[in-house]
Design a protein around this ligand. Structure first.
Ligand SMILES: C[S@@+](CC[C@H](N)C(=O)[O-])C[C@H]1O[C@@H](n2cnc3c(N)ncnc32)[C@H](O)[C@@H]1O
Length: 280
């Protein structure tokens, strides 16, 4: 299929991946053939009767370390299978807490690699022999500054984030205004009932005035980002600084539908400050 993206997960716990193949948006996209998944168990490449895939760390210390060889053989098999299936180029990504922190930008870049293959290496125990990481892996990705028990949950977070960006995965244009699009967080959402435990919803959302609603949502996105993630506002300001065109685009986006006299006085920093007032 033209847009199919293939994942091969190297994992000691293949059944965990049913969380993405059997539930929700990822399941629907899976059944539509937008992506596919194979799992490979490194135990199948162990050479002893016990199917050993780990050993004690050189230099001592607690825990066990995943052996390089079964992982290398598993990756080689995954790569060959992807190439044989016409999924090229292939990219090997290890999920590690020491990897590059995952961002929306990286997710979109990976989602754009339609018809390609991604091999996901899931660590366990104390981690993976460094020589395997140095020689068999193209990229290490972390899903956050915390330690999980294994790479499977991290790999599924990556799969989920990528799959929802594939053309046709989402029913509506839901991805257009999501958090991190344009460097901003999402606006708050409300649904029925109109009054819940004494709390109403912002009047503008009941007005039926689409332009005003769109403007309110943009203001809320700026306000929420300014309040909760000032680092993102800083990045937007940085990217527009020294780049006159970028600054103009940023201000235009923030002021769409705002009368031009108001818009002309609004700067990236000013937008952030105004937004804080709006939220208060
Ligand atoms: C218990 S962790 C190993 C932690 C390692 N000793 C350390 O302190 O960095 C076992 C495996 O879980 C996965 N893992 C844990 N935290 C992760 C994170 N934040 N992002 C991606 N993978 C993670 C990795 O595959 C790792 O090899």
């Amino acid at each position: 299929m033209e847009h199919a993206l293939r994942f091969d997960a190297i994992t000691l716990f293949p059944a965990m991946f049913e969380a993405v193949t059997r539930h929700g948006i990822t399941r629907r996209a899976f059944e539509q053939g937008l992506w596919s998944l194979e799992t490979i168990n490194p135990r199948d490449f162990a050479t002893d009767n016990h199917r050993t895939v780990d050993d004690r760390p050189f230099g001592g210390g607690p825990g066990m370390v995943m052996l390089a060889e079964p992982l290398a053989l598993a990756v080689a098999q995954a790569r060959s299978a992807q190439i044989a299936a016409g999924c090229a180029p292939t990219r090997v990504i290890a999920l590690t807490p020491t990897g590059t922190p995952l961002t929306d930008r990286r997710v979109r870049e990976l989602a754009a690699r339609t018809s390609s293959g991604i091999v996901l290496v899931c660590g366990r125990y104390e981690g993976i022999d460094q020589r395997f990481l140095d020689t068999c892996v193209d990229e290490e990705i972390s899903v956050g500054d915390f330690v999980l028990s294994g790479g499977e949950v991290a790999a599924m977070a990556l799969i989920d984030a990528i799959v929802r960006q594939l053309p046709g995965a989402l029913k509506e244009e839901s991805a257009a205004d999501e958090s991190f699009v344009g460097g901003l967080l999402d606006a708050p959402h409300y649904t029925r009932p109109e009054v819940w435990r004494g709390q109403g919803v912002p009047d503008v959302l009941l007005s039926g005035h689409h332009a005003e609603i769109a403007r309110w949502r943009r203001e809320q996105r700026l306000a929420a980002t300014s309040r909760l993630r000032p680092d993102l506002i800083e990045k937007l300001t940085e990217s527009s600084r020294g780049n006159a065109q970028g600054a103009v685009q940023f201000v235009r986006a923030a002021n769409e539908d705002v009368p031009s006299s108001e818009a002309a006085t609004t700067t990236p920093a000013g937008v952030a400050n105004n937004s804080r007032t709006t939220m208060a």
